[in-house]
Design a protein around this ligand. Structure first.
Ligand code: ZN
Ligand code: ZN
Length: 415
């Protein structure tokens, strides 16, 4: 007896191929056992198999599922005092609920850059709960007093970050950085995240501070390289970004304060930049009432206004740009607003590529996700309207996103 295969056939669809900036004539696309197996124009060839689920797209657009390359699914609150009072199980269930919401916004893959681990990825992989594919990096590395050191000034304890859920870990010195990197890779991390400059959420560092020495950064890169992985850094300004890139770091998060020299270096190194404009917009709007500390609130404007200009210059110079949101807690519903912010300075197709093909390249999953190519995972969106013409087609899923399909399984979203 042959095993029953699960087939999905979508008909009457316009296929959006981000790599070719193309929306096809009326077409069909087929997935078998979670992979795209065939597509073509006009009517599909008749199938002898009767175990096929057919979705009539009725003229809608089918595009690859979106990738958000900068999330923290564990941080479902912005109030770190509250966060540290939670148990690991409570934190995980809240995180998985948010992951489910991300899927229904159209994100079929997320890259977590601080906190999520193999257990959470396994739950989503086995589809024990609905959610995107989770590419995780384990705990981010921070030096003492760095962006990942959230102890208060009065805290004299020598280790950090209480409840068994660690979105960062402290490592000082080359040997400790190597040991921490090896430990994260032992636990299956897909990348290593390093805090290389000051940040907004950390209570006692300046944005303009540089964190970690050249030797520590090079050690992290060597460890990542040895494991066939890569390093990504949290960094805002040229001083921190240039050092990281020269140490061999492959990806930069935020980068709001980039200058032209740094942009040139990003291009030369073929590195990736993941701007996260929406988080500063939302922190400015709701940070204070959501429990963000006073010292953090004061730092938001240091990076917020420069971000869009930096993105525009990086885009014009041809930097590999990837979609990121970096939202925390109650800010998560705005995950798609990054599209609207970027549309002020970038053509729609380039923003769509940042959330599909370019993101897939960063994740070293080219041809597997972010594409409708044959053999790719059947992660797709069925949308009313054409996001190449109108980016708001992506930003209002409750009206425009008819189905989100993850590994060939469709979930109905809009009416
Ligand atoms: Zn960051
Ligand atoms: Zn972040």
């Amino acid at each position: 007896m042959t095993e029953q295969k699960s087939r999905l056939l979508i008909t009457n669809a316009h296929l959006l191929h981000p790599e070719r900036s193309e929306l096809t004539e009326e077409s069909w696309i087929e997935a078998v056992d979670g992979r795209i197996t065939a597509s073509g124009s006009g009517h599909p060839p008749s199938s002898s198999c009767d175990n096929v689920r057919v979705l009539d797209a009725a003229g809608s657009t089918v595009m690859p599922g979106l990738i958000d390359a900068h999330v923290h699914i564990l941080l479902t609150t912005i109030d770190f005092t509250e966060f540290h009072s939670w148990s690991a199980s409570y934190t995980a269930v809240r995180a998985l609920r948010e992951a489910g919401r991300m899927l229904r916004r159209g994100f079929t893959t997320i890259r977590d850059v601080g906190g999520a681990d193999y257990g959470m990825a396994k739950v989503l992989d086995e589809q024990l709960m609905a959610g995107p594919r989770l590419i995780f990096g384990g705990s981010a590395l921070s030096q003492t007093g760095g962006h990942g050191d959230l102890r208060s000034l009065s805290d004299r304890s020598v280790s950090c970050c209480g409840n068994g859920v660690h979105f960062t870990r402290i490592a000082d010195g080359v040997a400790a950085v190597r040991a921490a990197a090896r430990d994260e890779f032992r636990k299956g991390a897909h990348h290593l995240k390093i805090m290389a400059s000051g940040g907004v959420a950390s209570p006692h560092d300046e944005i303009s501070a540089v964190q970690y020495s050249d030797e520590e950064l090079r050690a992290a890169v060597e460890e990542a390289d040895n494991h066939n992985r890569y390093v990504t850094v949290h960094a805002y300004h040229p001083r921190a970004i240039n050092r990281a890139l020269n140490a061999g770091v492959r990806c930069v998060e935020h980068g709001n304060l980039v200058d032209d020299e740094t942009i040139k270096l990003l291009v030369e190194k073929d590195a990736f930049l993941v701007p996260t404009l929406v988080t500063y917009e939302q922190l400015a709007l709701q940070g204070r009432q959501s429990g963000l500390s006073e010292s953090s609130c004061r730092k938001i404007d240091d990076v917020r206004f420069a971000g869009l200009d930096g993105l525009e210059r990086a885009h014009k110079a041809g930097v590999n740009l990837v979609y990121g949101s970096d939202l925390l807690g109650s800010m998560h519903p705005h995950q798609l607003n990054e599209f609207a912010l970027r549309a002020q300075v970038q053509p729609n197709v380039d923003i769509i590529r940042s959330a599909t093909t370019t993101a897939a390249r960063l994740l070293r999953m080219e041809g597997q996700i972010g594409t409708l190519s044959i053999g790719a995972h059947a992660d797709m969106l069925i949308l009313r309207g054409d996001p190449l013409q109108d980016i708001s087609v992506l930003t209002s899923p409750e009206k425009q996103l008819r189905y989100v399909i993850r590994a060939g399984l469709p979930i109905e979203v809009a009416e």
